[in-house]
Write a new protein. Structure first.
Length: 86
């Protein structure tokens, strides 16, 4: 069996357009990979922990949902405003 390392691969120069295209594709690829990992975990019978709103829940393969923890609201509330008139 032959093992290749990164130094064994030919170096292909990337252009600015290549980097821009990769940056545009990255969010969609990340979303797809996350969704596939979620579905594979459920198909294998493992529970998956996700965040729904501000509640951490555990989802099981049979569709059961268990609330694990409710997180505090992260929105900052403005209670006072000070204005300085010059």
């Amino acid at each position: 069996m032959v093992y290749l390392t990164m130094s064994d691969l030919p170096e292909i120069p990337l252009t600015d357009e290549d980097y821009e295209r990769f940056e545009e594709q990255l969010p969609a690829l990340a979303e797809q990979a996350t969704r596939e990992a979620y579905e594979r975990a459920l198909q294998s019978g493992l529970p998956v922990t996700i965040l729904v709103g501000n509640i951490i829940v555990q989802v099981t393969a049979n569709g059961g949902i268990t609330e694990l923890k409710k997180l505090p609201d992260t929105r900052q509330r403005i209670t006072q405003r000070h204005f300085k008139i010059a």
